[in-house]
Ligand binder design. Structure first.
Ligand code: HEM
Length: 120
């Protein structure tokens, strides 16, 4: 489950930047298609994340925080693409995205399932 989760969010991040690139080069159709594919990936990220939560016998506060920040990252991806499509300012969203992604990577890798990078 942790690998499916990793694959889903990694793919989502890559496709997010591809989508921004397509928008920049004026390829509106490709941009729209990627936005739809990304929405499917958001559901997969959340489903695998919830699956991981359900696999725990004891859900601590850190896991709840990890899940909440994960949802925050997804919200930022969706909102950045939405506002980019409308050609509105995305500066505040980008700042939030950077904070949230750093936080979620730290929390994810410091929790015991899967890769355990930051053993505190
Ligand atoms: C784009 C959003 C997200 C990113 C970048 C992300 C990233 C990560 C990373 C890096 C890990 C650690 C994987 C490993 O240890 O091998 C992880 C694990 C986990 N994620 Fe996410 N995640 C996201 C969204 C979510 C959501 C929405 C939920 C819950 C609904 C969630 C729940 C979990 C849980 C429960 C774990 C297991 C924690 C552990 O390692 O013990 N994640 N995630």
């Amino acid at each position: 489950m942790v690998h499916a989760h990793m694959t889903a969010w990694f793919l989502a991040l890559v496709l997010f930047f591809v989508a921004l690139g397509l928008h920049k080069s004026g390829k509106e159709k490709g941009f729209k298609v990627l936005k739809m594919i990304l929405r499917v990936l958001y559901i997969l990220i959340i489903a695998t994340g919830v699956g991981l939560l359900l696999s725990l016998s004891n859900i601590s506060m850190m896991y709840i925080l990890k899940a909440a920040v994960g949802v925050w990252v997804i919200a930022m991806l969706e909102m950045i693409l939405g506002r980019t499509a409308k050609r509105e300012s995305t500066k505040v969203l980008w700042i939030q995205f950077i904070i949230a992604i750093l936080l979620v990577l730290y929390l994810g890798f410091s929790l015991p399932l899967g890769t355990y990078l930051f053993k505190g």
